[in-house]
Design a protein around this ligand. Structure first.
Ligand code: ACO
Length: 429
C-alpha cells in the first residue's frame, strides 16, 4: 500500500494512502494520534474526508457530478425522480419488478396519520415552512413506531425510506394548504410522484388542478438535481446524528434543520429576495455586486460560490438551460430571469469573483423555476429538502451497512484558560 511520511519530533511516521475508484487520494490519519500524539486541525472540514462512499462522485475542478456512476445530465434528462431515489438508496437502477414494488411502497405510504393534521393547527400563521417540515418529520417517529428500530433491519428500513420519501411531499403540500387557509387535498394513488405533489399543492374543490407535463418535467428535473451531493453540511449532519444510532426520522430531521441556513439550502430563497430587491427597488447590478464584495457587510451574492465546484456547477448549467427553454413561452415570462442572467454575466467578468473561482451554484436558477411552478418563496428550501431526501437516506443506510458503525466525534484544539480555581461569590471583585 502507498504511504505518506510525516516527520515530527525527529521521528518518521508512515501514513497509509487510500485511493478511490476515480483516483482521489487521501491520507488515512486514524492512527496518527496513537503514533505521534498529534491530531489534525481543519476548521469547517475544508480538506477532510469523513467517510468512504459509493454513492455520489463529484469532481469540482471539472464540474462533474455522478450518482452511482451515472452522469447527472443523463439522469436529469431521462430518469424519473423515484428511479433516481431508488438508484441512490439501493445502488442500481430498479428493474421493472423492483420499480413496481418501490412505487407501491410510495403509494401505500403517501397519506399522513389524520391525527398529525392537528399539528398544523398549532403552528402560528407566520411559521416558516422549514420549521414545520422538520417538526413533522421528527413527529413521524411518534406515529410510525412500527417502522422504528434501533437495530438496523432491511425490511423495516425499506418501509421507513418509502414512508419518508412519500410523506414528506404530503406534509409539504398540507403545510402550504394550511398557510393559505384551504382544505388539504389527499394524495391520488394513480398519480406519479411529482404529479401527485403538484395535485396536492394546487388542486382545490372550486378550482381543479390542470396537469401540465412541462411543469411536471421541470419539477422532476429540479428534484433529481437536488437528490444527493455527497458530504455537504446537511448530509454530514444526517450521518453524524445517525452515527449515534438515532432513528432515521430523527436523523433526517436534523439534516433538514442544517439545510435551512442561507449558506446552504436556504440560499435559493435568498436569491429570489435579492433579484426581487433589484427589480422592485431599482438597485443596479453594480450596487448588488459591490455589497456582495464588501467585507464589512454580511451580504453575499447568494447562489454563487461553492466549497467543491471551482470551474462550474453542472446543476446550475442544466437549470439555466431549463429556465431559458421554459421561459420562451410568453405566458411564463418572468422579469427576474433576465436580471439573473445579467447578474451572472456581470459577476463572471468581475475580478473579485474570477479570483475566488465563484460560479453560479444550483440555488442561482432553482428559485426562478420553483417560482414559475407556483411554489411560494418561503417554501423553496422545503423543495430542496424533498429533493435531497433520497440522498440523505442513502448516506444514512450506507453508514449503517458498514461495520462496525463508528460514532462521529471530532476532536479539538483547546484554546481556553489553563487550570484555575473556583472563587466563592463573596471573594470575587
Ligand atoms: N459572494 C461574495 N463573496 C463570496 C461568495 C459569494 N457568494 N462566496 C464566497 N465568497 C468569497 C468569500 O468572502 C471569501 O473571500 P476571501 O477569500 O477574500 O475571504 C472567498 O470567496 C472564499 O469563500 P468561503 O466562504 O471561504 O468559501 P467556502 O467554501 O467556505 O463557502 C459557500 C462556500 C458557503 C457556498 C460560499 O460560497 C457562499 O456563502 N455562497 C453564497 C451562499 C450560497 O449560495 N450557498 C449555497 C451553496 S450550494 C448549496 O449549499 C446547496
Amino acid at each position: 500500500m502507498e504511504k505518506a511520511e510525516l516527520i515530527y519530533g525527529g521521528k518518521t511516521i508512515g501514513l497509509p494512502v487510500v485511493t478511490g475508484t476515480e483516483g482521489e487520494k487521501a491520507i488515512d490519519i486514524s492512527r496518527l494520534r496513537q503514533e505521534s500524539g498529534l491530531i489534525t486541525l481543519d476548521v469547517g472540514y475544508q480538506n477532510t474526508g469523513s467517510c468512504m462512499s459509493e454513492i455520489t462522485f463529484i469532481d469540482g475542478d471539472r464540474g462533474i457530478l455522478r450518482y452511482r456512476g451515472i452522469p447527472i445530465e443523463e439522469l436529469a434528462e431521462r430518469a424519473s425522480f423515484s428511479e433516481v431515489a431508488y438508484l441512490l438508496i439501493y445502488g442500481d437502477l430498479p428493474n421493472r419488478a423492483e420499480q413496481a414494488v418501490f412505487s407501491q411502497y410510495l403509494t401505500q405510504n403517501s397519506m399522513i396519520h389524520e391525527e398529525m393534521l392537528r399539528f398544523f393547527d398549532g403552528f402560528p400563521p407566520t411559521a416558516h415552512p422549514m420549521a414545520i417540515l422538520a417538526t413533522m418529520v421528527n413527529a413521524m417517529s411518534v406515529y410510525y413506531t412500527d417502522y422504528y428500530t434501533e437495530d438496523f433491519q432491511a425490511q423495516t428500513f425499506d418501509l421507513m425510506a418509502a414512508s419518508l420519501i412519500s410523506r414528506i411531499r404530503t406534509i409539504a403540500a398540507y403545510s402550504y394548504k394550511h398557510s393559505i387557509g384551504q382544505p388539504h387535498i389527499y394524495p391520488k394513488p394513480d398519480l406519479k410522484y411529482t404529479a401527485n405533489f403538484l395535485y396536492m399543492m394546487f388542486d382545490s374543490p372550486v378550482d381543479p388542478y390542470v396537469p401540465d407535463p412541462d411543469i411536471e418535467k421541470v419539477l422532476s428535473t429540479l428534484l433529481i438535481l437536488h437528490a444527493d451531493h455527497e458530504q455537504n453540511c446537511s448530509t454530514s449532519t444526517v450521518r453524524l446524528v445517525g452515527s449515534s444510532m438515532a432513528n432515521l426520522y430523527a436523523s433526517i430531521c436534523s439534516g433538514i434543520c442544517a439545510l435551512w441556513g442561507p449558506l446552504h439550502g436556504g440560499a435559493n430563497q435568498k436569491v429570489i429576495d435579492m433579484l426581487e430587491n433589484i427589480d422592485r427597488n431599482g438597485i443596479s447590478i453594480e450596487e448588488c455586486l459591490a455589497s456582495a464584495k464588501d467585507k464589512n457587510s454580511r451580504v453575499r451574492l447568494f447562489g454563487f460560490g461553492h466549497r467543491v465546484y471551482k470551474s462550474h456547477d453542472p446543476r446550475a448549467r442544466i437549470l439555466k438551460q431549463c429556465a431559458k427553454t421554459i421561459f420562451r413561452n410568453s405566458d411564463r415570462r418572468d422579469s427576474l430571469v433576465n436580471i439573473a442572467i445579467e447578474l451572472e454575466e456581470a459577476a463572471l467578468k468581475d475580478e473579485f469573483f474570477i479570483e475566488r473561482k465563484l460560479y453560479p451554484n444550483i440555488d442561482f436558477y432553482s428559485g426562478i423555476l420553483f417560482r414559475m411552478i407556483g411554489i411560494p418563496t418561503n417554501m423553496f428550501t422545503v423543495m430542496f429538502a424533498i429533493g435531497r431526501l433520497p440522498g440523505m437516506i442513502a448516506q444514512w443506510k450506507e453508514m449503517h451497512d458498514a461495520t462496525p458503525l463508528k460514532i462521529g466525534r471530532p476532536r479539538q484544539i483547546y484554546t481556553g484558560s489553563t487550570l484555575r480555581h473556583y472563587i466563592p461569590l463573596e471573594e470575587r471583585p
